[in-house]
Design a protein around this ligand. Structure first.
Ligand code: PDD
Length: 286
């Protein structure tokens, strides 16, 4: 498994960073997970754009252009595609502010940002095959993260605690809602529901990540189907009475949720629209 760290390709086990890296001390960085299916990165440009946007928000400025990021992704795919590792990879990219010995909360000037990348084996999802029948059970929880969830920050403690809450309850994920009962997203995925033939998802704002899979799904539905689509606030109650609920992410693709807080979603099986669209999802490689 070959990783990239600060200009060098090396075996992942040999990659070392300073404990003074502000990514380690403050969680001060941004990251991406890009699916690479049979050697091809999916939606590479929007992923890199989101990374650049996150770096702008944090005022981290590595001297890297779009092409440098593209080359890094392609090199990680190439170096990690062999018989021993799956041909479907998740490409993880990470930029943190760098190491500084003062441990001062404000942004220090002149640090060399840490750039790290590695590849991991992607779990099977509808990205790989229209025959994958995985479904998810979720709990619901009040969203106790911060007010800047639109930044794909490496400070993932809030997300990790919510995900763990789901796991501890014997479920796969946690769907989060704010104090008004509006659904934001899941702890590591975006949320969609289907009601009376309309596909509905919460609108983009600071309480959720602008998911690339979300964007691709909306785009495909609008351009290649007649199915009505709405981006609007979703009440938790609507999820419980939905015909279908889906989670989307770069690692899950589009996966049906069949149980919420122990209760079945409609019939408790992957819904009709998902079944109908699954070959389309596969074709477009979500
Ligand atoms: N997570 N919301 C959150 C909080 C996420 O962490 C993710 C993805 C998404 C979906 O975004 P996208 O479709 O761009 O992957 C939404 C990645 C996969 C992760 O942290 O592993």
């Amino acid at each position: 498994n070959i990783a990239f760290l600060n200009g060098e390709y090396l075996p992942l086990e040999q990659a070392r960073i300073s404990p003074l890296d502000r990514g380690f001390l403050f969680g001060e960085g941004v990251y991406e997970v890009i699916p690479a299916i049979q050697g091809r990165a999916i939606a590479l440009v929007p992923h890199i754009h989101r990374l650049l946007q996150g770096m702008r928000a944090l005022e981290i400025k590595p001297a890297w252009a779009m092409d440098d990021w593209r080359n890094l992704c392609e090199a990680l795919i190439e170096k990690n595609t062999d018989a021993s590792i799956s041909s479907n990879l998740g490409i993880y990219l990470h930029v943190s502010r760098g190491a500084d010995k003062r441990r001062f909360h404000a942004y220090p000037e002149g640090l060399q940002p840490t750039i790290f990348g590695f590849a991991f084996e992607l779990q099977e999802s509808c990205l790989h095959s229209p025959d994958i029948k995985k479904t998810l059970s979720v709990i619901t929880a009040e969203d106790l993260r911060w007010q800047r969830c639109h930044i794909k920050s490496t400070s993932l403690l809030g997300n990790v605690m919510h995900f763990q809450q789901g796991q501890a309850a014997g479920s796969d994920e946690a769907i989060l809602h704010n104090a008004n009962g509006n659904v934001t997203e899941a702890s590591a995925a975006n949320v969609f529901l289907v009601k009376d033939g309309t596909v509905i998802t919460p609108p983009l704002e600071q309480q959720l990540l602008p998911g690339i899979t979300r964007m691709m799904l909306l785009d495909i539905l609008r351009r290649h189907t007649e199915i009505p689509v709405e981006e609007r606030p979703v009440q938790l109650q609507e999820l419980r009475s939905a015909d279908e609920v889906w989670l989307t992410s770069s690692t899950k693709g589009v996966t049906p949720v069949t149980r919420i807080d122990g209760e079945p979603v409609a019939s408790g099986e992957a819904g009709e629209l998902w079944q109908r669209l699954n070959p389309v999802f596969h074709q477009h490689k979500f």
